[in-house]
Write a protein that binds this ligand. Structure first.
Ligand code: GRF
Length: 203
């Protein structure tokens, strides 16, 4: 399966996908890693793995939609069959993302539908939740609103800080995202007007 990824940050989820691929666990190849930040560590992760990278600067575009169109055009040109948003910190224009319905997934650090958007760890702590988690969902025009295909849960411990939760959750994300990409690559999870599992759900 030909996979492109978008990331805005350090790229640990991308690194987890690359490691799973290198360990022979994922029958995928990467066509492109794109970012809205030229300094994103994820671009260095990609370069180290020999994956072509692309950084577009939103300031070079007249609108959000124009930026998104340019970026997604390059993703399409790369031949990607699946797009993985791995820490991509932008809301993608509805017209652009709808063209990738069923072919784009995102990893979000909350037990969706709880805590869509930002600062999920802080909101979890403020709510006094006993559990926290991460979700992998198909990307739709609605921020963190697409159908969830898999989740991982962690217990919230007394005294946990945002950083503690983020750290423990990333460990789970690094297992969850490759598991979902693997299921898609092996045809176990498909899209027919919504996610269809060919076998028992992942988690
Ligand atoms: C992860 O927590 C992910 O769930 C969220 O942003 C963070 C990305 O981290 N979307 P990284 O760039 O993959 O290390």
């Amino acid at each position: 399966l030909r996979v492109a990824a978008l990331a805005s940050g350090r790229g640990s989820n991308l690194a987890a996908l690359i490691a799973a691929r290198d360990a022979g666990q994922l029958p995928i190849e990467f066509t492109l890693v794109g970012s809205d930040r030229a300094q994103a560590g994820a671009l260095d992760v990609a370069t180290a793995a020999g994956i072509p990278t692309l950084a577009l600067n939103p300031k070079d575009y007249p609108s959000r939609a124009a930026f998104d169109a340019a970026l997604f055009d390059r993703i399409a040109q790369s031949g990607a069959e699946l797009l993985v948003l791995a820490g991509f910190m932008r809301i993608v224009d509805a017209a652009v993302v709808s063209a990738w319905e069923g072919r784009a997934i995102n990893v979000h650090p909350s037990l969706l539908p709880k805590y869509r958007g930002l600062h999920t760890h802080r909101r979890c702590l403020e709510a006094g939740d006993a559990e926290h988690g991460a979700s992998v969902h198909y990307v739709t025009a609605e921020l963190d609103g697409g159908p969830v295909v898999a989740q991982a849960r962690i217990a919230v411990r007394t005294g946990d800080t945002e950083a503690d939760l983020a750290e423990r959750l990333l460990v789970e994300e690094h297992k969850l995202l490759p598991a979902v990409v693997g299921a898609i690559a092996m045809g176990r999870l498909r899209w027919q007007d919504g996610p269809v599992f060919d076998e028992a759900p992942l988690t």
